[in-house]
Design a binder for this molecule. Structure first.
Ligand SMILES: Cc1cc2nc3c(=O)[nH]c(=O)nc-3n(C[C@H](O)[C@H](O)[C@H](O)COP(=O)(O)OP(=O)(O)OC[C@H]3O[C@@H](n4cnc5c(N)ncnc54)[C@H](O)[C@@H]3O)c2cc1C
Ligand SMILES: NC(=O)c1ccc[n+]([C@@H]2O[C@H](COP(=O)([O-])OP(=O)(O)OC[C@H]3O[C@@H](n4cnc5c(N)ncnc54)[C@H](OP(=O)(O)O)[C@@H]3O)[C@@H](O)[C@H]2O)c1
Length: 458
């Protein structure tokens, strides 16, 4: 379908039910597939010229965090859409281009490419008095949709250290966020300080250890370093099951990781102040090796920057040409007015991490930080959204949703290290089960029965 035809169809949506999907990353295409299968009319808009979002290196959308050396850290079999396995010729942890190719073939396989309008951004979404949404595109077109699915990703808006380190304004070298890292050319021959021990910090420190003059890895908190393999198997394929309770799963995994790697402090990193599973996992098969080789020098947090130096909180100081802040991301929706929907400090109140209790027919997809992969989750979330659009799934009253959200947030606060990176955490197996139970509950509701809240909600 041509661009013009799509736009015309959408304009007539003032009188029909039609859904707008924002973004054709892995979450957006999961929604498109489900909606197409159910015969739910939709249009999907994508800033870039191809699908795959974050996984398209040098994506013209300008917001992909991909770098040349990026491989997935959730294994192929955990990440693939269950009904569309990745090719067996792929390695266990494929590179970004394999993953982008896989998402591309997913769209062709299910045949909905014509429903995606490429190089077309959604610039604004606002509520209308009739309960639908005004949608303005980057082309200037004004459309009306009955439902909107937000799948714009949550790893594209860099969070720099807040506040900036003293002296950073006078630093002569370069300071970048990991989002701006593309490849080793940016590191070659330099004195590089990498800050943060999330997965970006791991990858970029390892890259730097091969290309930079010196590599320092600064961190304010210790992390358990989870290897990619245990017993010759991708670690995320061990022990994952809806039937094994989360606390037992993480206790067991913590034991196995300790047996495999020992204490991170043995490698010069800080001792973690939390148990495994109480922070987003840091997965790396290579960092410990590079630390042991002396190719990466561990440091505590940055205290300040000099003109050509970085000083750490233990009083040591090193020459520095480049500081790479691997300090995570903000959850942002540039197309909403802030007082309509926003996520200050990455906090957003959504029922089941999908539904706004305040705005009907507005859905958020892939807006979770799983201990596990996002893709199968996004697909199951999309199934629940489709049930809601078609009337098979009814939400509880706003008060009950708010209560459920608050209970979950308190649980998250008790379990996770206090950090802006831990506001939308879910355990893959437990959350998949929760979504499955919601889907299974659809039937009685469709018949007009009372739908009880799931156990997690009470
Ligand atoms: C470096 C890195 C590595 C990662 N590795 C893994 C991993 O191994 N496994 C894993 O499960 N997760 C990983 N993640 C998490 C990542 O968020 C997911 O892999 C995945 O990209 C989520 O897909 P998405 O569709 O939700 O978001 P994205 O991939 O970010 O896609 C969002 C899409 O929406 C489009 N878009 C945004 N705004 C608009 C707009 N206004 N109008 C139109 N289009 C718009 C964008 O162009 C983009 O194509 C990683 C994240 C990073 C940063
Ligand atoms: N496939 C892959 O291999 C891969 C590679 C990169 C990223 N990813 C994914 O991308 C997402 C983002 O990862 P990320 O590593 O970019 O971000 P992240 O997980 O949010 O980690 C941010 C790190 O920076 C630290 N930090 C934040 N602000 C700081 C400050 N002001 N001073 C000092 N330290 C600070 C955090 O410490 P605290 O814990 O103390 O807050 C944490 O160690 C995750 O889902 C991750 O799994 C995957």
């Amino acid at each position: 379908m041509s661009t013009i035809e799509t736009a015309t169809t959408a304009e007539t949506a003032t009188t029909e039910q039609r859904t707008c999907i924002i973004g054709a990353g892995s979450s957006g295409i999961a929604a498109a597939r489900v909606l197409q299968e159910r015969g739910i009319p939709f249009d999907c808009y994508e800033l870039g010229d191809r699908v795959g979002g974050n996984w398209v290196f040098k994506n013209i959308n300008g917001v992909s965090a991909s770098y040349r050396s990026l491989h997935i850290n959730t294994s192929r079999e955990r990440m693939e859409f269950p009904d569309f396995p990745m090719p067996k010729r792929y390695p266990d942890f494929p590179r970004h281009d394999h993953i982008a190719e896989y998402f591309d073939s997913f769209v062709d396989h299910y045949g909905f490419r014509d429903s995606i309008r490429f190089e077309t951004g959604v610039d604004r979404v606002g509520p209308r008095d009739d309960g639908r949404f005004d949608v303005r595109l980057s082309t200037g077109e004004q459309l009306v949709y009955s439902h909107v699915i937000v799948a714009n990703g949550h790893h594209w808006d860099p969070r720099m250290p807040e506040p900036a380190f003293p002296g950073s304004e006078d630093f002569n070298g370069e300071q970048i966020h990991s989002h701006a890292y593309e490849d080793e050319k940016q590191l070659t021959g330099k004195d590089v300080v990498v800050l943060g021990v999330g997965n970006s910090g791991m990858d970029i420190a390892v890259d730097a250890s091969y290309h930079a003059k010196n590599t320092y890895l600064a961190h304010r908190r210790g992390a358990h370093i989870v290897p990619k393999y245990l017993f010759g198997k991708p670690i995320d394929q061990i022990g994952g099951s809806e039937r094994l309770p989360g606390p037992i799963r993480f206790w067991l995994m913590g034991l196995l990781v300790k047996m495999a790697n020992g204490d991170p402090s043995k490698y010069g990193l800080k001792k973690p102040d939390h148990k495994l599973g109480h922070a987003h996992p840091t997965v790396s098969g290579r960092i410990l090796d590079r630390l042991c080789h002396g190719a990466i020098k561990p440091k505590p947090n940055i205290e300040s920057l000099g003109e050509d130096t970085v000083r750490f909180v233990d009083g040591t100081e090193v020459d520095a040409d480049l500081v790479v802040y691997c300090t995570g991301y903000k959850i942002t929706f540039p197309f909403f007015d802030e007082d309509f929907i926003s996520a200050p400090d990455n906090r957003i109140d959504l029922y089941k991490y999908i539904f706004s209790p305040k705005v009907e027919n507005l859905y958020f997809l892939g807006l979770v930080q799983p201990l596990g992969a996002i893709m199968p989750i996004a697909e199951r979330q999309a199934e629940l959204i489709a049930e809601h659009i078609t009337g098979g799934y009814t939400l509880p009253a706003a008060g009950a949703m708010e209560h459920d959200i608050s209970v979950k947030q308190q649980k998250m606060k008790r379990r996770y290290v206090a950090s802006k990176r831990h506001t939308i955490q879910v355990d893959f197996d437990d959350y998949m089960k929760e979504l499955r139970l919601e889907l299974e509950s659809c039937r009685p509701v469709a018949r007009g029965g009372e739908r009880p809240l799931t156990a997690a909600a009470v």
